[in-house]
Design a protein around this ligand. Structure first.
Ligand SMILES: C[S@@+](CC[C@H](N)C(=O)[O-])C[C@H]1O[C@@H](n2cnc3c(N)ncnc32)[C@H](O)[C@@H]1O
Length: 250
């Protein structure tokens, strides 16, 4: 089994998979930047990491190669709701080798994505206010649109799989899980602080002055300390490359 994780980041998905799968599986990760990679010394022997711009030309030795291609959270990277060029590259990476054994049903692309259009603030009870969090999210959606981010493609991902000649075998929409609300909210707030700082400096007509944004952010933090959480749906689509083939196993 040969699996690649695209935009692997700190390789956490691959490393978890490595801990639950046979050491004979070859697990490969690529990212445009290796800055977040764990040191080689910490990687299991069957995990390898390298750099690749997955929007560019895919090197020959990665074409028709993998039994499973996995990609997660590219929502802030894909602009103008255009996942098709990337999807085409991912499909090209899937193995297309003719059948070796009928027991191997095919090669799969799994795409796990945040549906950022569903990002919302959730109060734990009717007495807890969330006005500032709502306003923060409203500004963020405005800013996202201004910068060419349009998340409609996430809801349409399974149709895009069909258009790309993949047979959809699974398509799920996963709402936020209460157990993870606090941790997810903390992560989002770190991101908003960073994005907001950059955005407020650059486009004050949208987000107001830096000071106004800081004040809104401070109030939003207070609300999260009272239990308000930020959450969004995750969309997961799995598609099968329609060959009668087994996968490469090479
Ligand atoms: C939000 S992170 C997700 C990391 C990882 N997939 C996860 O779910 O934990 C997006 C990753 O995509 C990578 N990335 C951005 N543009 C890319 C490109 N053109 N080619 C490959 N990776 C890219 C970033 O460097 C970053 O590590």
């Amino acid at each position: 089994m040969h699996i690649i994780d695209i935009g692997t980041g700190n390789a956490c998905w691959l490393l978890e998979l490595a801990s639950q799968s046979p050491p004979t599986w070859r697990l490969q990760g690529v990212d445009i930047s290796s800055l977040n990679y764990p040191a080689d010394e910490y990687l299991p022997k069957n995990v390898s990491l390298s750099t690749l711009d997955v929007f560019g030309e895919i090197p020959n030795d990665m074409v028709n190669k993998f039994d499973v291609v996995h990609i997660r959270t590219f929502a802030l990277i894909i602009t103008h709701s255009e996942p098709m060029p990337l999807l085409k590259n991912l499909v090209n990476m899937l193995s297309g080798i003719p059948p070796l054994s009928l027991s191997k049903p095919g090669c799969y692309l799994q795409w796990d994505e945040f549906d950022c259009s569903t990002l919302n603030a959730h109060a734990p009870n009717p007495h807890t206010g969330k006005k500032s969090c709502d306003e923060l999210l409203r500004l963020w959606q405005l800013f996202a649109r201004k910068t060419g981010l349009d998340f409609r493609w996430v809801s349409e991902l399974s149709s895009s799989f069909n258009t790309s000649n993949l047979q959809v075998v699974d398509s799920l929409r996963l709402p936020p899980i209460d157990d993870l609300r606090k941790a997810t909210t903390d992560n989002f707030m770190v991101g908003f602080e960073e994005i907001g700082g950059i955005a407020a400096g650059k486009s004050s007509e949208l987000l107001g002055s830096h000071e106004e944004f800081r004040e809104l952010f401070r109030k939003a933090i207070e609300e999260t300390q009272q239990g308000v959480s930020l959450g969004l749906d995750m969309v997961e689509v799995v598609g099968r490359k329609p060959t009668d083939s087994s996968c490469s196993g090479s």
